[in-house]
Design a protein around this ligand. Structure first.
Ligand SMILES: Cc1cc2nc3c(=O)[nH]c(=O)nc-3n(C[C@H](O)[C@H](O)[C@H](O)COP(=O)(O)O)c2cc1C
Length: 206
């Protein structure tokens, strides 16, 4: 079997265009329809195909459809109320609806082995970030839009516990996926020259 047959080497201008134009769509602007089960599986499978030094797989993905979103909404409302006993009902209701903003919600977690004999913690963490980004790109390539959020629930131990995770697991993203109700305006991006430079060797020591 040739190299070309085993590695995706064909030029894909569409992929490049997508990467050059990708924009998040805010979760509240993501409505039905969401990806169907087969499409969603492909989107997540693309996420799982990330660089993962040492084949550790230090990440997990939970799919929250309407049932899970409503259940998580109940958790958020009760945690929010416990932390803010004087909160207006309107704000508690907003928390209850937070996970239901889009048809599909993914909770992505990362569990790092800080004592791994070979793979540094940083690399394990970055693999999880790459997974989230692959999911965003795959969602867009499938004709949907998405937003990767953490917001307060990602950092709340009770929310983490309710999702079934131990204290050593981090929620690294809630990824909202759906169909945009309005096109996002373009967002300023760093100027290429401010970020990219050519390095040709160490500065001479004077
Ligand atoms: C790990 C991570 C967490 C994020 N969490 C939030 C968040 O909690 N709230 C928010 O408004 N944006 C958050 N963002 C930013 C959005 O995902 C997104 O980048 C932003 O809306 C800008 O859109 P863009 O992707 O088109 O640049 C987060 C991004 C990353 C990478």
């Amino acid at each position: 079997m040739s190299v070309a047959e085993t590695v995706a080497t064909a030029a894909s201008p569409d992929t490049l265009d997508l990467l050059l134009t990708r924009r998040s769509v805010v979760a509240k602007n993501l409505s039905e329809p969401g990806p169907d089960a087969v499409t969603l599986q492909k989107i997540i499978a693309a996420g799982l195909r990330v660089p993962d030094h040492g084949k550790i797989g230090p990440w997990r993905v939970q799919v929250l459809l309407k049932e899970g979103q409503l259940a998580l909404g109940d958790v958020l409302a009760s945690v929010y109320l416990a932390d803010n006993p004087d909160a207006e009902k309107r704000l508690v209701d907003m928390e209850r609806l937070r996970p239901s903003r889009s048809p599909v919600l993914l909770a992505v977690t990362s569990k790092i082995d800080p004592h791994h004999p070979k793979i540094p913690e940083l690399e394990q963490r970055l693999s999880g970030g790459a997974l989230c980004q692959n999911i965003l790109v795959a969602a867009h390539a499938s004709g949907f839009a998405a937003q990767w959020l953490t917001e307060w629930p990602a950092f709340h131990p009770t929310v983490k516990e309710a999702l079934g995770h131990d204290a050593d697991t981090d929620i690294i993203g809630f990824i909202y996926i759906g169909t945009p109700t309005e096109a996002p305006t373009e967002r300023g991006r760093p100027a290429y020259e401010d970020v990219v430079s050519e390095w040709t060797g160490p500065e001479p020591k004077v």
